[in-house]
Design a protein around this ligand. Structure first.
Ligand code: UD1
Length: 366
């Protein structure tokens, strides 16, 4: 069986890594190729993850780069179509919800190639999120839908997807976390960052809804600055956020240097460094998707600065709380955690490090 595994942007790499490994264990039956669309291309947004996760170099790099949604999606489709025609795969595997996920799904389906979506069925119900559009378009077209939790299963069934196409396998991103947790724990936090365990917060912030509007971004940074008076915040800053903060003249909210003070910005971190920082943080402040899941498994309180989540299981039984982007709500949630009232969660079903193996076994039975 010839399979093309697709990656494009940072959150894809940790999802595809365990799938590649599991397929390698079944290499007598699976001939796999790795295709990178090039949606993310900076060393720190892409290559660093291949090194940290021990992934093979991509067999094909489409090199599409940045652009508007239409430009980026269209470029991926044009370039990926050529790869499909040349390689004639039996199946392509897409992960997550980025533009590359949707673009490759549409391209392959129109060529009559079967597509499997890993992390299918997540829904925020928020059509202003580009990712929600990507998720809907991908899932309606896919032949096989691999899900992470019961909410996803229910969403797909409600949308009329046949039950035989849905496979509840668990969470591949947690496979990667479990595999690398030991190595990440061994890194020396004090030495590397000058921080004490439990005495800092980590921050990620990059959603267009939070960073592309000046007032919204400023309000969030004001709230974070207040929190940082009590607890230093380490912020591996996303290129989009850096660009917007510079454009709006808000970069003075950030401090840089080798000591945590205020909102301390550092370059985007590799997988192991960031996992290390998160596992020892007092709390995580974020608008990312995957981090809501990782903090739940690590047992670290997570404040999600969004109005909704496509990952409600992290609130239902995990350590996540959704607060939106209004300063009072962000501050109230942080205050609770600082007072020792953080939620203690449990790990969702099948988030046990074996999701990729389950996926490959399903594929081998197709
Ligand atoms: C994309 C995903 C988002 C995911 C995020 C993780 C979509 C619609 N969005 O958002 O779901 O959470 O990745 O990071 O697919 N840039 C660089 N270097 C890079 C990549 C991007 O400087 O390697 C800059 C460019 O100025 C670019 C901007 O970041 O225009 C945004 O990049 P893009 O891939 O369009 O979206 P993200 O915000 O990264």
């Amino acid at each position: 069986m010839k399979i093309l595994n697709i990656v494009g942007a940072r959150p894809n790499f940790m999802k595809i890594a365990p799938i590649i490994e599991a397929m390698h264990r079944h290499r007598d039956r699976i001939d796999q190729m790795l295709v990178h669309t090039g949606q993310h291309y900076d060393q720190k947004m892409s290559k660093a993850f291949f090194e940290d996760l021990g992934m093979p170099r991509p067999d094909v790099d489409l090199g599409v780069g940045s652009g508007s949604h239409a430009e980026q999606t269209a470029r991926i489709m044009v370039e990926f179509e050529k790869v499909c025609i040349r390689e004639k795969p039996d199946l392509i595997i897409v992960v997550g919800d980025v533009n590359s996920t949707m673009a490759c799904t549409i391209t392959a389906k129109k060529l009559g190639i079967k597509v499997a979506h890993v992390e299918a069925g997540l829904r925020s119900g928020d059509m202003s999120m580009p990712e929600e559009i990507n998720r809907l378009c991908t899932d309606v077209l896919c032949d096989y839908l691999f899900t992470t939790d019961h909410f996803a299963n229910d969403n797909l069934k409600r949308e009329g997807i046949h039950r035989e196409k849905i496979f509840f396998v668990g969470n591949v991103m947690i496979d990667t976390l479990m595999k690398h947790k030991k190595a990440a724990a061994k890194l020396d936090l004090a030495d590397k960052f000058g921080l004490e365990p439990g005495k800092y917060a980590t921050l990620t912030l990059h959603r267009p809804s939070n960073v592309d509007d000046k007032n919204t971004l400023q309000e969030i940074l004001e709230a974070l600055t207040q929190i940082a008076r009590e607890l230093p915040i380490v912020f591996p800053i996303h290129p989009r956020t850096r660009k917007m903060a510079d454009l709006f003249g808000l970069a003075h909210y950030f401090s840089s240097g080798n000591r945590a003070k205020g909102i301390w910005t550092v370059e985007p971190l590799g997988y192991l460094d960031f996992l290390h920082l998160n596992m020892h943080a007092k709390m995580v402040l974020t608008d990312s998707g995957g981090l809501q899941e990782e903090t739940t498994v690590l047992g670290i309180p997570c404040i999600t600065m969004r109005e909704n989540t496509e990952r409600p299981v992290t609130c239902e039984i995990g350590t996540n709380i959704i607060v939106g982007n209004k300063p009072d709500n962000i501050l109230a949630a942080a205050e609770k955690i600082l007072n020792g009232e953080g939620i203690k969660g449990i790990t969702p079903e099948k988030w046990d490090g074996k999701a990729a193996e389950r996926i490959v076994r399903v594929i081998l039975n197709f």
